[in-house]
Design a protein around this ligand. Structure first.
Ligand SMILES: CC(C)(COP(=O)(O)OP(=O)(O)OC[C@H]1O[C@@H](n2cnc3c(N)ncnc32)[C@H](O)[C@@H]1OP(=O)(O)O)[C@@H](O)C(=O)NCCC(=O)NCCS
Length: 191
């Protein structure tokens, strides 16, 4: 089993690095936020489970994921989380997921973070394809995919089953390493 080495990525106004337990309080606030919980149910209910979630995110030793906290590069405060998951270093594929803290939404955090991690996945990990699945009912997530150049490849009918047993149609978007670069406005969200 080959792990993935920790890295930090600078993305203009934002900084990406593996999660740390000292940000558990902000991670908890982000994860129990109703919008986050609706689209990313994480089974995190208190400071201890949030700290455990941070530790799992920071453990890249299996080589199957690289999970980043997204920080405001000036204040150092947690503003989001992006995860390259389902990494297959033989097939050179992965998927990407993301969430932005409620106090940082609408500032381009998720597009900047997804774009930065995608570039690193293609450049440093040598991946050839990254998929971005999201429920069709989540248009904000679809917009992030579009802004990051993840082309819509189709609808996965009833693909996602939630905790209540309800099945949801999902969009499958993907980017290829060979796709033309996209331009994420580095000033997006600047005050
Ligand atoms: C989806 C999410 C990550 C977006 O993060 P963000 O950092 O606020 O991203 P942005 O600031 O670029 O906003 C996203 C885009 O979606 C648009 N958007 C936001 N809410 C929308 C809605 N309800 N319908 C359509 N578009 C919407 C924004 O206008 C923006 O597009 P624009 O730049 O063209 O105006 C954030 O809303 C979130 O954390 N949601 C809960 C978790 C989640 O859904 N994760 C994805 C699971 S697949």
């Amino acid at each position: 089993m080959t792990g993935i080495e920790h890295v930090e990525i600078a993305a203009g106004r934002w900084q990406l690095r593996p999660p740390v337990t000292s940000e558990a309080a902000d991670a908890l606030a982000m994860l129990v936020d109703p919008l986050t919980a609706q689209w990313y149910p994480a089974d995190v209910t208190d400071q201890d489970s949030a700290a455990a979630w941070c530790l799992r995110g920071a453990d890249w030793s299996t080589g199957t994921h690289a999970t980043f906290s997204v920080l405001d590069a000036t204040s150092g405060r947690l503003v989001g989380n992006v995860s390259l998951w389902g990494v297959d270093l033989a097939a050179l594929t992965a998927s990407v997921g993301y969430r932005t803290a409620p106090w940082a939404r609408g500032q381009g955090v998720a597009p900047a973070a997804v774009d930065a991690v995608t570039g690193w996945a293609f450049g440093a990990l040598g991946l050839e394809r990254v998929e971005l699945p999201h429920r069709v009912a989540n248009p904000a997530s679809c917009r992030v995919a579009q802004k990051c150049g993840y082309l819509l490849e189709g609808v996965l009918r009833q693909e996602y089953r939630d905790a209540d047993g309800v099945r949801w149609d999902c969009h499958l978007h993907a980017r290829l390493a060979a796709d033309p670069p996209v331009s994420i406005d580095p000033r997006a969200g600047a005050a």
